[in-house]
Design a protein around this ligand. Structure first.
Ligand SMILES: Cc1cc2nc3c(=O)[nH]c(=O)nc-3n(C[C@H](O)[C@H](O)[C@H](O)COP(=O)(O)OP(=O)(O)OC[C@H]3O[C@@H](n4cnc5c(N)ncnc54)[C@H](O)[C@@H]3O)c2cc1C
Length: 489
């Protein structure tokens, strides 16, 4: 069906100032839309997207991995290539020092191209990595994927100053296999700084932001007498009329758009944070100039699915686990049980620990691959639940809600959308305008249902009896945070 044409002066409301909402607002402004307002229940002007300052969205984070490696999904590989061009341009822009938001300095980078190593404890490379190598070559990007067991590739890595990325866990020294691929196009995106940068850019281009627990919080839709959405109502009781409402509330979207039942569910990833002291010999070892981003057995089920980063300039080192994602199923006012996010900062019920099963995988990995942390008396400082919005097929959802063409969702990040902060909004605005709707990704992101007999990538909405449901999960305790085999000095 052809899309309803928007005028450049039409009021457009975006709910949610995470990666999807921010990027959409930026690209609307770049395309000349003059009346765009972003609402968020969290005041990012204060927290600056810093998790430790109270920001608990998926996008409010120290860092995220960027990779071009997408196995057979060359359309995301291409999207990564497009994103990396933007990330590099943003680094240049920041370096120029012109019009930076508070807290950002010319020496800051939002993208660090330190490489992303995907490795395994198996004897052979998984088919996903082999397909990536083939597909990057086919795309004219041969030589960007370096296989750790190939001596020629090791030489190339050294020549390019990325030798540290081949065996960062000292597997050879530890007599372990070192089977992996270093994606030299990838690395770290500095999530909190990048969000601040985009918010400021969008503001400068005229986008209005209402970031407040009441005035910014979506309460309900506003309807006309025929039952069509004509805007939103916020928690302060005000109505905001709009020709288009984009709901981009990450893990909170499925509760605001119940039509997403069966298509999207919010699930929790587990994260640990370690702090490497400046005077520790490990501070240099884990510096981004000497240590890559990494993914360990990413697609290997509950025993794998770890990923991690070099330390940041304050010494924080983050490791995440997605081998099993957990749910918090709660009965909603409409009687349906849906998973809802709960975090360290949720007013009603806080969660500061992570599931014990996730902690076990972290500790096994740390003992096997990073024993020097315990040997140097470094413990886990902080645990976090970070809320994904998974779709059943791991593709995003960018489309109008069936029967309500004023409301569009931009969600379903499925754990891999932050890297597209610079360009996802361009695609979302294209979809809003009905531009080039035949593109593979545009079609993948359409509203859809799981076809009978098709195995989902993510099994959704298993409810309260699921082994992944919080009710059935044992939790870590403070004593689990201790790694140090030696007492701290
Ligand atoms: C543990 C974890 C690790 C990840 N790692 C990576 C990675 O390495 N690389 C990568 O590319 N991607 C990664 N991702 C995915 C990426 O973080 C997400 O896809 C992306 O950040 C989602 O952005 P979003 O805008 O959909 O949601 P969010 O960032 O969660 O933003 C949603 C916003 O909506 C707001 N909101 C909610 N309810 C309301 C309401 N009622 N009214 C107003 N505002 C509301 C929230 O306050 C929030 O600001 C990871 C995700 C997780 C959870």
């Amino acid at each position: 069906m052809p899309r309803r044409q928007l005028e450049k002066s039409d009021p457009i409301v975006i709910v949610g100032a995470g990666a999807f909402g921010l990027s959409t607002s930026l690209h609307l402004a770049l395309r000349g839309y003059k009346n765009v307002t972003v609402f968020d229940k969290h005041d990012y002007e204060i927290s600056k997207y810093d998790y430790r300052s109270g920001a608990d969205s998926a996008s409010s984070d120290l860092n995220k991995i960027i990779r071009s490696a997408y196995g057979s999904q060359t359309e995301y590989q291409d999207l990564s290539k497009e994103a990396i061009e933007w990330w590099n341009a943003w680094n240049e822009e920041i370096r120029s020092g012109k019009d930076l938001p508070p807290g950002l300095h010319p020496e800051d980078n939002v993208y660090i191209n330190n490489g992303t190593l995907a490795f395994t404890d198996k004897d052979e490379l998984p088919s996903f990595e082999l397909e990536t190598v083939r597909n990057m070559e086919a795309a004219g990007l041969g030589g960007t994927q370096l296989i750790t067991m190939n001596p020629d590739h090791v030489e190339v890595a050294k020549r390019r100053g990325l030798g540290y990325g081949i065996d960062p866990f000292r597997c050879e020294e530890r007599k372990k296999g070192n089977v992996g691929v270093l994606d030299t196009t990838g690395g770290v995106v500095v999530a909190d700084k990048a969000c601040r940068f985009v918010l400021h850019k969008a503001q400068t281009l005229g986008v209005k932001f209402v970031l407040d627990a009441k005035a910014g919080a979506f309460e309900s839709y506003s309807y006309d007498s025929a039952g069509k959405v004509i805007g939103v109502k916020t928690k302060d009781g005000r109505k905001h009329l709009a020709k288009k409402v984009v709901v981009a509330c990450g893990g909170w979207t499925p509760t605001l758009v119940p039509q997403l039942d069966g298509l999207c569910e919010t699930t929790a990833g587990s994260v640990i944070m370690l702090k490497i002291p400046h005077d520790s010999p490990l501070f240099d070892r884990f510096a981004p100039e000497r240590f890559p981003s990494w993914m360990w057995k990413l697609w290997d089920g509950a025993d794998g699915g770890l990923y991690g980063f070099p330390r940041d300039d304050k010494g924080w080192m983050k490791i995440g686990y997605r081998g099993r994602k957990y749910t918090n199923p709660q009965t909603q006012p409409d009687g349906t049980v849906r998973s809802v996010p709960v975090t360290r900062y949720t007013p009603e019920k806080k969660v500061t620990q992570i599931p014990q099963s996730a902690m076990k995988v972290f500790k096994h990995f740390l003992a096997e691959y990073l024993p020097e942390l315990a040997e140097n008396g470094i413990d886990i400082e902080l645990t976090r639940l970070c809320w994904y919005t998974d779709s059943f097929d791991n593709h995003y959802v960018v489309d109008d809600v069936p029967g309500q063409d004023v409301v569009m969702v931009a969600t379903g990040g499925s754990g891999h959308a932050f890297k597209y902060l610079p360009n996802i909004g361009k695609w979302i605005v294209d979809i809003m305008e009905g531009v080039e709707m035949e593109r593979t990704l545009v079609k993948r992101w359409q509203w859809r249902a799981l076809e009978a007999g098709v195995k989902p990538f993510n099994i959704l909405m298993e409810g309260i009896t699921s082994a992944k449901a919080f009710e059935n999960v044992a939790w870590s305790t403070d004593s689990d945070l201790r790694l140090g085999s030696k007492p701290r000095l």
